[in-house]
Design a protein around this ligand. Structure first.
Ligand code: UDP
Length: 474
């Protein structure tokens, strides 16, 4: 890809989707690029930037990089909008209308060597093409998930989607590289519709068109985990950079201080002291990430399952994560459950998740299978029970159980008996089996970001390419 022109001082604009997961990934990448001598302008929305500064010591921390600066843009949503999962469509639409014209003005071929934008931002390809600046898309979801998005046009053409009948357990043969693995229920949740005109389907179809327009694709994964899927992307993009797991990659190149945090919620560190007093590998960490929500009914099922399993647990209950539904006597039930929780459970509103997963007392992770959470669990060798909520999570949970054998996929069954049974399996009867697999994968993950590892070399290659990147002019 690089042409032979001489390098200018390399400078990238990084523009993440303004949500916790993409923010974490892109900030890690930004630091890695700065360490390699690439200048970075990091574009945050006002909302995210304000929360980042309020919840962490970021302002001081990032000041240590003379070649990193932040710029903010409005996201166009009212401040009180909760920006949870059901609002993502609105957020993307609003960014397109309000933030993209400002972004366009920031992009100049004289000062910007390359744009790195979230893969969902169609406008980035338009701006890059119009202004004449190279573009790399970084979709921070899993490559296996993204691939299942990009195959949507093919599945429509093959007559596999919309599904011709209601059987969600049928295999989907039409996704190259995933034959025999993916059932209909393992596709992203938006596939469960008959209506191709709904906004989310239109958004995905649009993404399938603009992703191949970029000069390359960056992924937060490592070759040893996803080689077969990554090789599929080589058919649609000239260059693939698998540089993850980024949080570990950053630690391996330049260990950040203990208190570095990119959270946009205030982390409750008291859970670490609680973990310190628990036996080794005895605690199940429970979290559904930054966007997913549960109904009160699901919350009660999960809670009963946790208590009936007899396992110790540390549970993140995000304040905005429980949605109203009509469950009689919810307050009485939760008071009773809270009493039982005191014996062996601990609840926080937001945890320092990487630190929690690295803690020796944690033996497993009940997760919504967000891609960051999945990678963070893999790096720490913690087996998972997966309860996917949306987007790539249904695919990730399938890969965790079926391909990588790192845990159990609960999928669509939020029932107290199922939950209790799976916890007993993960933390009891099959503990050794899962631990062995998880330890082996953790070693591969760490090796990939160590000197000479696959992700280490891919990052070096990315930096070199950025230094020489130009759009050829006629
Ligand atoms: N996270 C955290 N504390 C919590 C819960 C989540 O720091 O209590 C972080 C977690 O470490 C991960 C991110 O939030 O990096 C969530 O991203 P993920 O892709 O797993 O899921 P999403 O929130 O995007 O659904």
């Amino acid at each position: 890809m690089p042409n032979q022109s001489s390098p200018m001082a390399p400078h990238v604009l990084i523009f993440p989707l303004p949500l916790q997961g993409p923010l974490n990934c892109m900030l890690n990448l930004a630091e890695l690029l700065c360490l390699a001598g690439v200048g970075v302008t990091f574009i945050n929305t006002d909302h995210v930037h304000r929360r980042l500064l309020a919840c962490s010591t970021s302002a001081n921390y990032y000041a240590k990089y003379p070649n990193l600066k932040f710029q903010t843009v409005p996201d166009g949503l009212p401040e009180e909008n909760p920006r949870t999962a059901d609002q993502i469509g609105n957020l993307i639409e609003s960014m397109e209308a309000v933030a993209s014209p400002i972004f366009r003005q920031m992009v100049s071929p004289d000062s910007v060597s390359c744009l790195i934008a979230d893969g969902i931002f169609a406008f980035a390809a338009e701006v890059a093409g119009d202004v004449g600046v190279p573009l790399l898309y970084f979709d921070t979801i899993s490559p296996c998930g993204l691939w299942s998005y990009l195959c949507m046009p093919k599945l429509i053409e093959d007559g596999e989607f919309p599904f011709p009948d209601d059987d969600l357990d049928k295999l989907v043969p039409g996704i190259p590289g995933m034959e025999g693995i993916i059932r209909r229920r393992d596709l992203p949740n938006f596939y469960r519709t008959d209506d191709l005109n709904i906004p989310i389907i239109q958004l995905v179809l649009k993404e399938a068109k603009h992703i191949p327009l970029a000069q390359g694709l960056i992924f937060n994964t490592f070759q040893e985990l996803e080689a077969p899927v990554l090789s599929q992307f080589q058919n649609i993009s000239p260059q693939i950079y698998a540089v993850g797991p980024l949080h570990t990659h950053l630690k391996s190149r330049s260990p950040p201080p203990q208190d570095r945090s990119t959270s946009i919620w205030k982390e409750d560190k008291s859970c670490i002291s609680w973990l310190d007093s628990q036996p080794s590998k005895s605690v199940l960490f429970v979290s559904i990430g930054s966007l997913a929500v549960v109904t009160k009914r699901q919350l009660v099922e999960l809670w009963h399952g946790l208590i009936n399993s007899g396992t110790r647990f540390l549970w993140v209950q995000r304040p905005d994560s429980v949605v109203e539904d009509n469950i009689p006597e919810f307050d009485e039930i939760s008071l009773e459950l809270l009493k039982n929780t005191k014996e062996r459970g601990f609840i926080v509103k937001w945890a320092p998740q990487e630190e929690v997963l690295a803690h020796p007392a944690v033996g497993g992770f009940f997760t919504h299978s967000g891609w960051n959470s999945t990678l963070e669990s893999i790096v720490e060798g913690k087996p998972m029970i997966c309860w996917p909520y949306f987007v790539d999570q249904q695919v990730n949970s399938r890969f965790v159980e079926e391909v990588w054998k790192l845990g159990l996929d609960m999928k669509d069954k939020c029932d107290r008996r199922v939950i209790e049974g799976m916890i007993r399996e993960l933390m009891g009867s099959r503990k050794e089996e899962f631990s062995e697999k998880a330890d082996a994968m953790a070693k591969l993950a760490r090796k990939s970001v160590g000197h000479g590892g696959s992700s280490f070399l891919a990052l070096d290659c990315l930096v070199e390419d950025i230094k020489f990147m130009r759009i050829p002019r006629n």
